[in-house]
Design a protein around this ligand. Structure first.
Ligand code: KIV
Ligand code: ZN
Length: 500
């Protein structure tokens, strides 16, 4: 079995994403979790870039003992010395130096000829190697570099003592076959390549970072640069969770390869990085997105309940995400609803399930997702449904800042529909007065409370109220996404108790 070295650059390339800056304390917290996750190398920052970065690399170097700690440096003496100084307490320090090798960078960024660049790479590696035993060299923009020049640079820096050669697809321009052939060519054409570990560093500008990294692994790269949640410059870097889970899940393709990552910690660190950077994980993000192991559609949910692997290629427990979830929404089927009701401890016969299912579908059309609280409220409605004396048929309300609130309410009572219209102090009051006209009762509203029982803009509102009727106090309760409807239903619920 051969190990794939996981080099995490969340704290360096990840932090370079606009808006992702972390404090030194936050970086340390992430570093502890990266160590717990089992990453081999933590690139903790770019020490020359700012005093904060220097401090973060120093603090992490003092605190982390298992993972190697790496600091980034340009091929400049002050950079390399700052990196070395910041890493002085690290148990396993590594300096990562980089220098662009593509024509476009040479011409516009450096205005230097190839031979000058080669010499800078050589002397920087020599200096870094004097200060640190573990040197990684990255020919920046390698995938857009002239191959012969790239091979020459790699050979020279290995000769100067670089022990890891990292190949960056800096602009995320490459595609998998191209990366495969580049890594293969490096292995074939750089005479001393066996003296160094070959690494890959991909950006996601074309959404190919993970595919390109895996392609490099298939071609013989044995270290992968990646970040948690794929954060990084522009569109980000290859995501650690995708790389690791692809290697684990597709053992048929990546046979004899393994990582030391404890995958059960993936979900926690994903959420930690999201919270410290403020970068929300999209629900459809592979592996760690909220929806990665959730099923709503009836066909999928039904199959997953019968055999999880019909629609899941990984076990969510393997990444510490708990169990797969059947989500209830407008695409859900009866089976999913039935299962959820049972999980919540409800037992219903078939005709009750049919009735609840019909109500559930109506609610699901109004809400994106039906949560457990919604379902409980709905079931409580259902268990009271059989005893209805007055049933709401419809309500129409007009209100505004410059008109008096007016409500027209239709109610079914003993198979006849009654309609009444009323104005009121507010739209709810107008509704209640219209009902009073229909029932002929004039209860006093002694308490009225409206609460959101579920979250989101489409939350279910629950109304609890008390009516006093002929010195009897009766309570009513109902819920709906429409607060007027919830109020009316609660009012009728109380009247029902009186009239029943
Ligand atoms: O994308 C890149 O080229 C880099 C280098 C510093 C390795 O991040
Ligand atoms: Zn990068």
């Amino acid at each position: 079995m051969e190990k794939i070295i996981i080099f995490d650059t969340t704290l360096r390339d990840g932090e370079q994403a606009p808006g992702a800056a972390m404090t030194s304390d936050q970086k340390l917290e992430v570093a502890f979790q990266l160590e717990k996750l089992g990453v081999d190398v933590i690139e903790a920052g770019f020490p020359i870039a700012s005093p904060g970065d220097f401090k973060a690399v120093s603090t992490i170097s003092r605190s982390i003992k298992k993972s190697a700690i790496c600091g980034l440096a340009r091929c400049l003496k002050p950079d390399i010395e700052a990196a070395c100084k910041s890493l002085k307490s690290a148990k396993h320090p590594r300096i990562h130096i980089f220098l662009a090798t593509s024509k476009i960078h040479l011409k516009y960024k450096f205005k230097k000829a190839e031979d000058e660049i080669l010499e800078i790479a050589r002397s920087a590696t020599r200096l870094a190697r004097k200060l640190c035993a573990d040197i990684e060299f990255s020919p920046e923009d390698a995938t857009r570099s002239e191959r012969d020049f790239l091979f020459r640079v790699i050979e020279s820096v290995i000769a100067e003592g670089a022990s890891t050669i990292n190949i960056p697809d800096t602009t995320g321009y490459s595609y998998p076959q191209e990366v495969y052939s580049l890594i293969s060519d490096i292995r074939e054409n750089v005479p001393n390549i066996n003296k160094a570990a070959l690494s890959i560093h991909c950006h996601d500008d074309l959404g190919l970072a993970t595919a390109n990294s895996l392609s490099a692994v298939l071609a013989g790269a044995r270290q992968v640069h990646c970040t948690i949640n794929g954060i990084g410059e522009r569109a980000g870097n290859a995501s650690l969770e995708e790389i690791v889970m692809a290697l684990k899940t597709r053992k048929d393709v990546f046979s004899d390869l393994y990582t030391d990552i404890n995958t059960k910690n993936i979900f926690n660190i994903s959420r930690l990085v999201s919270s410290v950077t403020g970068f929300i994980v999209p629900p459809n993000k592979a592996i760690v997105g909220k929806n990665a192991f959730r099923h709503e559609s009836g066909i999928h949910a039904d199959a997953v309940l019968k055999k999880r692997t019909t629609y899941e290629i990984m076990d969510p427990e393997d990444i510490g995400m708990g169990k797969s979830q059947i989500v209830l929404g407008k695409h859900s089927g009866r089976h999913g609803l039935d299962k959820r009701l049972k999980d919540l401890g409800f037992r219903f016969n078939q005709s009750q399930i049919n009735e609840i299912f019909a109500r559930f579908k109506k609610l699901a059309d109004k809400k994106k997702e039906v949560f457990d609280d919604d379902l409980i409220a709905l079931v409580e409605e259902e268990t009271r449904a059989g005893r209805k004396v007055y049933e709401l048929v419809s309500v129409r309300v007009s209100t505004g800042t410059d008109i008096a609130p007016e409500a027209t309410v239709k109610v079914r009572h003993r198979n006849k529909v009654f309609e009444a219209k009323s104005t009121g102090d507010g739209p709810v009051d107008a509704c209640f007065k219209a009902i009073d006209k229909i029932t002929g009762l004039s209860p006093k509203l002694s308490d009225y409370r409206l609460e959101a029982v579920t979250s989101g803009r489409d939350a279910l509102g629950e109304v609890n109220l008390k009516l006093t009727l002929k010195s009897k106090v009766i309570s009513g309760r109902a819920s709906s996404t429409d607060i007027i409807e919830a109020s009316l239903l609660a009012y009728l619920n109380a009247i029902d108790k009186y009239a029943a």
